[in-house]
Design a protein around this ligand. Structure first.
Ligand code: SF4
Length: 317
């Protein structure tokens, strides 16, 4: 993948390229991040990542994690804290259907005293309100914890892969340290359920067997499609495309706000029937939703047959 500068200041561009070009050792089947991709995105990446040219601004959000690290690192060095360990690349081996797979990961921040593992996330306030990424974060952190609790190699000894060189770190608890990029002060004053701008969310720890099953299933769902044409791999489901279902708004002619927004057309007709407004004054407006991830975040969208079809249909309506 080639990252080009699409209008960022030189220093920010350098920070992004330095961070993004650091890749795990090639003995790894994939990284934890890739393991959590859908099969479609995983194989699109395998096929097209090499020749891909991507604007650096696509990585602005992921760079915030790096900035947090640098801040913590500077503070630890200055204060001579050695309670924390951060950003060590780890490799663990797992047997799936009698085949060994090496998975690489780089957990964010490990507290040696608390035996806790924390991950930084720069995210939308709506992600925190709706809890829409919790499942993904839970899986990611539990795979890191599994690797740390049951043995990993580092970049120094991954080539040798001697079982005696395996290191461990005891992890007893998991959490997400988040910062909301679109947090609004006014909303925070008005609404007591509004999340704080920066906060910590505790994450459930899985049993060892639960994590092993999770990793094995994630590997199997990737391997299953290795000889497929990527166009024939099923598309990501709505949730994976960050797309909400279509909605049906009952509107009053001349009005701007919906009388009611319904999940189905049938419900919308029901609302029209029961309404006090004359039937002729009402109409149903279909509110189509957009696949946010495909549109704005999936680097492989231009090669994805599902997204190309969606775009063509949208442009024809
Ligand atoms: S473009 Fe959308 S459907 Fe296609 S791989 Fe990316 S996220 Fe999945």
């Amino acid at each position: 993948m080639e990252i080009f500068n699409d209008g960022l200041p030189k220093e920010v561009f350098q920070l992004i390229t330095e961070n993004e070009y650091e890749k795990p050792n090639e003995v790894a089947f994939c990284s934890v991040t890739d393991l959590l991709r859908t099969p479609k995105e995983f194989w699109l990446k395998r096929k097209y990542a090499e020749g891909l040219k991507v604007g650096a601004s696509n990585f602005i959000e992921s760079i915030y994690g790096t900035i947090w690290h640098l801040g913590f690192e500077t503070m630890y060095n200055k204060k001579k804290f050695n309670t924390y360990e951060q950003e060590t690349r780890m490799y663990f081996k797992i047997l799936v259907d009698d085949i060994p797979y090496i998975i690489a990961g780089k957990p964010d921040l490990y507290n040696k005293e608390e035996k806790s593992l924390k991950d930084f996330k720069e995210t939308s306030v709506w992600t925190i309100i709706n809890g829409s990424r919790i499942d993904h974060w839970e899986k990611q952190l539990n795979i890191y914890a599994y690797c740390m609790n049951y043995g990993f190699w580092t970049d120094e000894n991954i080539e040798i892969r001697n079982e005696e060189l395996l290191e461990t770190r005891q992890v007893d608890s998991l959490s997400i340290l988040y910062k909301c990029r679109d947090w609004r002060k006014g909303e925070n004053i008005r609404n007591e359920d509004y999340p704080s701008k920066v906060g910590e969310i505790n994450i459930r720890m899985y049993l060892k067997s639960e994590t092993e099953e999770l990793i094995a299933n994630l590997i199997r769902e990737k391997v299953k499609y290795q000889y497929y044409n990527v166009d024939d791999i099923p598309e990501c489901v709505m949730e994976e495309r960050w797309q909400n279902p279509e909605q049906y708004a009952v509107m009053k002619k001349g009005g701007k706000r919906a009388v009611r927004v319904c999940a189905t057309k049938g419900q919308a007709f029901g609302v029209m029937k029961q309404s006090n407004h004359p039937h002729s004054e009402l109409y149903i407006q279909v509110r189509e939703s957009e696949p946010t991830k495909c549109k704005d975040y999936c680097l492989y969208a231009e090669y994805c047959n599902w997204y190309k079809k969606w775009l063509a249909e949208k442009n024809n309506t």
